[in-house]
Structures are given as C-alpha cells and as structure tokens.
Design a binder for this molecule. Structure first.
Ligand code: GDP
Length: 547
C-alpha cells in the first residue's frame, strides 16, 4: 500500500493553523531518551518498570517479552523467531506528570548496535544503565562514545543493588577515569546484596527504605526523614554510618549539581536502584524529568533549527523492512525536530526536492500500529516507505532545511558476499543496494576492479546473517558469505590524496565505501597503532564522514 501521493507546494500549507502556544507547550512538555547498556544489565526490566509509572500512550509489542510472550510480540520476523532474539527497534510513548516521554528503544542484541547508534542520533538524552556487579561493560562503552559525539546528557542508573555489587565509590571512579565523565550522585546506596537497605537522597538526606517482599521480585519503598526512629530501627548502624561517610566524602571532593554541565554531556547524574524489584525507579524518573533536556535545536546546513519554529521538519534515522510480512513494507522512522506534524500533511523531501503527502503516518511499530493524527518535536513517527527514503533524509515544510546526516560507524567484521548464480545478478544487485540504503549493512568494495563482489561490513555476525536471510527470502538470491580476516576499519581524513602521499601500507587492506572514499582495514588494533605511530600526522576516524 502506497501512502504517498504528490501534491503541490508544501511551503504554502500546514503552518497557518498551528497555534504557537500549542507548539510551545508541546515542546516544553516533551522529553525523549534512549537507554544504553550491555546485554543483561536490565534494560528490558527497567523499561517495563518505567512504563508502570506512565499511562502508556503507545507500547504496542514494544518491550522485549520473554518466553511465550516474546513469540507473540515479535513474530513478524522469521529470523527473530528462530533465534529468539529481538532485532526490532521500537519507540514507546508514555505520559507521566503531564510530560510526554518518548523512549527510543533499541535492539536487544549487540550485533545490531549499528541500529542503536542511529537511534542515538534521534535521542535528546541517554540513560546509561550499569549492572552494579559488572560496572562498565564493552557495549556500554561503545554506545557512550556515540553519545559523546553528540554531547547529549547522560543519566546513569546503577542497577541490581539487591545483589552483591562493586563498591559504589569505585563504580563512580570507573566512570570518571574511563569515560572522562564527571559524576554527581543524586542518591546513595546503603549496603548492597542481602545487606541492601535503601537509598539516601543526597539533597534532602531523606532515607528511602528497601523492604523486599516475600517472593523477592518486588519491594516496598518507604521514605523517612533521616532522623526518623524507623531509620534507626530498620537500618544497621554500621551500614548507615558507612553510607554517610561516603556521602560526606562526595560532598567534599565530587562535582555538584550543575545543569549546564549535565546538558553539555560532561556531568552525569548517578542513581542507584533495583529495576527488578522496582526500587529507586520512581525517584530516578522524577529527577530525570526535572533535569533532562527537552527537544533541542538541531544542526542543519543553514544553522540550528529551533523546535518551536512554526514549520515542520524532521529526519529519517532508521528504516525497517518487512515489519508486516503480509505487506512487504518498509517503515521509515522519522524524528520530528520542529513544528507540528499533522496527518495528511504535504512535506518536501530535501534530497530529491519532491513533495510528498503523508497520509498514513503511524505511531508504533512492531505488531500494532495506530495512525498518528499529529506529532511534535521529540516524537517519532513511522512512515510507509516505498523506497523513497534513506537514512539521514530531511522532510520539511516552509523554508528549505537539510539536517546534518547520520554518520556510519566503524564496522568490525567483514565478509565477501558471493553470488554463485549469475542469472540472479540483477536481483542480487538490487537487494544489496536496497539493504545498504536501509542501513542493514555497510558495503565496501575492493580497490581491485576485477574483484567486484561486495564486502559486507557489519558490527556483528548476526547482522550479516540477517542480510543473507533477507536476500534469499525477499529477493530470491542465495548467497555465500566468505569472511575476510579483518577486525578494524578506519576512514582517512583527507581521503585518497593523503594515502597516495603515504604510499604502501603494510598489514593493511585498502578498500572503498559506497561513496568511493578509502577505508583502511586492519587485522587488529596493533597493526593500526603501528601505522599511526609511523605516520603521526595521519588522522583516522572510526566514524565515516557524513555524505
Ligand atoms: P537486558 O538484556 O538489558 O534487557 O536485561 P533484562 O532486563 O532482560 O535483565 C537481565 C536479567 O537480569 C533478567 O534475569 C532480570 O530479571 C535480571 N535483572 C534485571 N534487573 C535486576 C535487578 O535489579 N536485580 C536483579 N537481581 N536482577 C535483575
């Protein structure tokens, strides 16, 4: 079903019926965020608990469910069923205390982190979720780096306090030392594991007492003044004293609340809790909403565009194919950046200059969908995409706007994609191109013209398997993957002329991306370091220049 039809000039439509007050109010009352974490830290659990507090406006099939339920929620993709994994990204919208919150959910499996990188491009805030026993883990570090590129505020939630964990002070030290991010603990734990007694609110010194319920999967959260007799009754003196000493130390040496630094992504408010038992989640949500930044002005080719600008604009940050196999459709996820989006609106597609009428915009995803009547900055809408959108495309009304593109991030595994059957070459090429445009995988080519087979470049092995599976199922092409033994890719600042000057590079393969820019592949970090030591002026990047 094609939901688009061309109409006349979008610059004349849409804006006159937007009430400025509505828009200001809507922007003021919206927050959006994504959760960054390593698998198993508790992202699904925390998401479920956050939704409990909000009247969920939309949560269709969104939270990764377990067991039977999982089959129900994401049975639209065969591979998901086979593997029991969650590949889909979804967006959840819920209302809490008069604020509309958009949680940009990301795929559960780390092999699909490229999708997560792009989703972060649409997020205004990030919640960094850590397991108290494990501290910073590899996937979290990588995703943090992506947030840092965009300088978005990061809120840290240290989870699983009901289990034995690392010392809270060392967890903060680790964030400071390894991520170079200052920390400001909003609350502080009293004990951990079996001795977890609750949290002290650092600004009021109120104590939030943790009482486990019988089955251990829930808890009761009771707030007392610090000197209330209940606190003395319920908390062992040595645990309370230890927590107090640590807080006093923090008061002396650590950073304090500074909203400017938080919004610049330089200071992270830190919260402790236990998502599973729903302890510390509400205080987190309350403070998060107080401190998180609202929809921010986005950089475009003509400067930053304020979200309260009357005319609508947004950009595509993700494409997802075949969410509904009966329709073989593709959905383009658009982050609304300015103005009000209205159903049936005619917008201009910046890259092609075409006018498009958006007659069946959708909110949410996975299985259930609802048609959107309107949407505001910070929201995400899903558009049926009969091949007209690419990642990074801008849609707008009024004056021409083109948002900065979304960068490609460094792939880590590489594989030749062979098509053994020459008669299916046309479908093979079409499939590879469409999957690349969709962002399912990056495509590189050997410099040697005789080797024209594409090289698939991905963050995880499953990503390659999905591409292979889809080529077979959607394009009727059976392919063979032939791994290349490289693990590290870097783009070269200055491109081909710089490489020519350097001449031959050992232990390195030079290939090109889809825009004919050179990409250097290394077997390991050691070979990469060798090159940068030999050529200190060479600037290499893990992020592809934006096209
Ligand atoms: P995800 O992979 O990050 O989405 O993690 P899940 O939410 O699926 O959680 C992974 C496992 O950790 C599950 O078995 C959860 O029940 C468990 N878990 C999550 N939060 C907590 C917590 O606060 N305390 C404890 N003890 N377990 C938790």
């Amino acid at each position: 079903m094609n939901s688009f039809s061309s109409t006349n000039d979008p610059s004349k439509s849409n804006s006159e019926d937007i009430s400025g007050i509505d828009l200001l109010n809507a922007v003021d009352k919206r927050r959006n965020f994504a959760i960054i974490s390593h698998p198993d830290a508790g992202k699904t659990t925390l998401t479920e608990k956050l939704l409990l507090y909000g009247g969920a406006i939309q949560q269709a099939g969104a939270v990764k469910a377990r067991g039977e339920q999982r089959k129900v929620t994401s049975d639209w993709m065969e591979l998901e069923k086979q593997r029991g994994i969650s590949i889909t990204s979804t967006v959840l919208q819920f209302a809490y205390k008069g604020i509309t919150i958009n949680l940009l959910d990301t795929p559960g499996h780390q092999d699909f982190s490229e999708d997560t990188y792009r989703t972060l491009a649409a997020a205004d805030n990030a919640v960094m979720l850590e397991d108290a026993a494990k501290g910073l883990e590899p996937q979290t570090r990588k995703l943090f780096e992506v947030c840092r590129l965009r300088k978005i505020p990061i809120f840290t939630f240290i989870n699983k306090m009901d289990r034995p964990g690392q010392e809270p002070l060392s967890l903060l030290d680790e964030i400071e030392a390894e991520l170079g991010l200052s920390t400001w603990a909003v609350n502080w734990p009293i004990g951990s594991g079996d001795l977890f007694r609750g949290l002290i609110d650092r600004s009021t010194r109120d104590v939030l007492i943790y009482t486990k319920t019988e089955r251990g999967k829930q808890s009761i959260e009771q707030r007392y003044k610090f000197d209330a007799p209940e606190v003395k009754e319920l908390v062992e003196d040595d645990l309370l004293q230890k927590a107090l000493e640590e807080i006093n130390l923090l008061d002396e040496v650590s950073a304090q609340r500074d909203i400017g630094l938080i919004h610049a992504g330089e200071l992270t408010p830190v919260f402790f809790g236990s998502a599973m038992t729903n302890f510390g989640v509400k205080p987190f949500l309350d403070t998060f909403l107080e401190l998180a930044q609202g929809p921010v002005a986005r950089n475009s080719a003509s400067g930053p565009i304020d979200p309260t600008t009357d005319s609508f604009s947004g950009f595509v940050f993700k494409l997802q194919a075949n969410m509904d196999p009966r329709h073989r459709d593709r959905i383009a996820f658009v982050r609304v950046c300015s103005g009000r989006f209205k159903k049936d609106m005619t917008v201009r597609h910046a890259r092609t200059g075409k006018n498009i009428r958006l007659s069946r915009p959708q909110k949410i995803f996975a299985k259930d969908r609802a048609v959107v009547e309107d949407a505001y900055p910070g929201d995400v809408i899903g558009l049926n995409n009969p091949g007209m959108f690419s990642i990074g495309d801008t849609l707008y009304t009024g004056q021409h706007i083109e948002y900065e593109g979304i960068p490609c991030f460094s792939p880590e595994i590489f594989s030749w994609l062979r098509n053994p059957n020459p008669s299916s070459f046309k479908n093979f090429r079409k499939g590879v191109n469409e999957l690349r445009e969709e962002g399912a995988v990056q495509i590189l080519y050997d410099n040697d013209q005789s080797k024209r087979d594409p090289i698939l470049a991905a963050v995880g092995q499953l990503q390659l398997e999905v591409v292979q599976h889809r080529l077979e199922n959607e394009y009727g092409v059976e392919t063979i993957l032939e791994p290349l033994g490289y693990q590290v890719a870097r783009w070269v600042d200055g491109g081909w002329p710089v490489l020519e000057e350097i001449g031959r590079i050992f232990n390195c393969k030079t290939v090109q991306d889809s825009w004919h820019r050179p990409v250097l592949l290394f077997k390991n970090e050691w070979n990469l370091n060798q090159l940068t030591e030999d050529h200190p002026n060479l600037i290499l990047s893990t992020v592809a220049p934006v096209v």
